[in-house]
Design a binder for this molecule. Structure first.
Ligand code: HSE
Length: 330
């Protein structure tokens, strides 16, 4: 059986989840992928904190550049987040001929084109399944399962923090700030939670989906964004009394002039609608495409394990590509 070496840059919540998944499920992954996927290096400036994941001696170190240069590493998983060193390390990895997996939606939405162009020029893979929808394989659905479809519209609850907040306000009468504090304590929220509550995280994700489905034409600055900051318990309760639910929705749709219109805003979703039933940290994406018609994807949109599941699936697919000597990168 072929063997492929994986490195993780960033040993935080998601990085630790990926390390745990790859090490504990190595046998299952090998049987499904037909490749032995070995975690060989993990880099983080903090090498002391216990993340509850047992790594073999010598795997964890502080020097990301040394990890990228290590010839035993074929795939680099970026779980640092943000748009600073994460981008530099991804470009360094690509330049070194390594395939890359990332869940970094902000970076992809803001400057993804540069990364994809670099990967294509170098002939390596760049996968990003966990950038949208956490544990929901919605990127895989758009790229693969619906590959023969023409897309008409995409609507989604794409931020677990906001959906958690809105659900707790509606079901339990919590005030906005208290519900946000809870979401933060569960680890769903971004380091800067304004990205969640002001709609930017949803904008990053709908932008990525729009570019996948409709072609690379949507820029973040074209998205009309309104978040849920300032929504009151009374407003949420009034929607519930009227038989609906307030949800933060990201939408992308082909307009009559052929332009893709992309919006993020709180909407009142009727109680009977599929998206109206999606509560808590769950995300959902409803896609209208032809010839498939309407398809809906639901699952946990944030959190260590759901995100790690999707990152690990990307690692498996790249490992298979490497074993077959092919590059996907489309
Ligand atoms: N802060 C994000 C959310 C994390 O709440 O959905 C997952 O992208």
């Amino acid at each position: 059986m072929k063997s492929v070496g994986v490195a993780i840059l960033g040993f935080g919540t998601v990085g630790a989840g990926v390390a745990d998944c790859l090490t504990r499920r190595r046998g299952v992954i090998a049987s499904r992928a037909g490749v032995d996927v070995r975690l060989v290096r993990v880099a983080d400036l903090d090498t002391e904190t216990d993340r509850g994941v047992a790594l073999p001696d010598g795997v964890l170190g502080a020097d990301a550049s040394a990890v990228i240069a290590d010839p035993a590493v074929d795939i680099v998983v970026e779980t640092i987040g943000g748009t600073g060193v994460a981008k530099k390390f991804m470009l360094d990895a690509i330049a070194a001929g390594k395939s890359v997996v990332t869940a970094n939606k902000k970076l992809l939405a803001e400057t993804g084109g540069e990364l994809f162009d670099a990967a294509a020029a170098k002939g390596v893979d760049l996968y990003f399944g966990a950038a949208v929808g956490g544990g929901i394989p919605v990127i895989r659905a758009v790229r693969d399962a619906l590959a023969a479809n023409e897309f008409v519209s995409i609507a989604g609850i794409l931020n677990g923090t906001c959906n958690y907040i809105l659900t707790r306000m509606e079901k339990d009468g919590l005030r906005f700030d208290d519900a946000l504090a809870e979401a933060q304590s569960h680890g769903f929220a971004e380091a800067d939670p304004t990205l969640d509550i002001d709609g930017f995280d949803t904008a990053h994700k709908i932008c990525i989906l729009a570019n996948l489905a409709f072609g690379r034409g949507t820029r973040l600055e074209d998205v009309e964004i309104k978040g849920i900051r300032g929504i009151s318990v009374e407003e949420v309760a009034a929607a519930a009394r009227a038989g609906g639910h307030v949800k933060l929705l990201g939408r992308a749709a082909l307009g009559p002039d052929g332009r893709v219109e992309v919006t993020v805003r709180p909407e009142r979703v009727p109680a009977g609608a599929l998206l109206g039933c999606v509560e808590g940290v769950y995300n959902a994406v409803e896609i209208e495409s032809e010839p498939a018609g309407k398809t809906v994807y639901v699952g946990k949109g944030a959190g260590r394990n759901p995100t790690a599941s999707t990152v690990a699936a990307d690692v498996c697919e790249i490992a298979r590509n490497i074993a077959r000597g092919v590059v996907r990168n489309v």
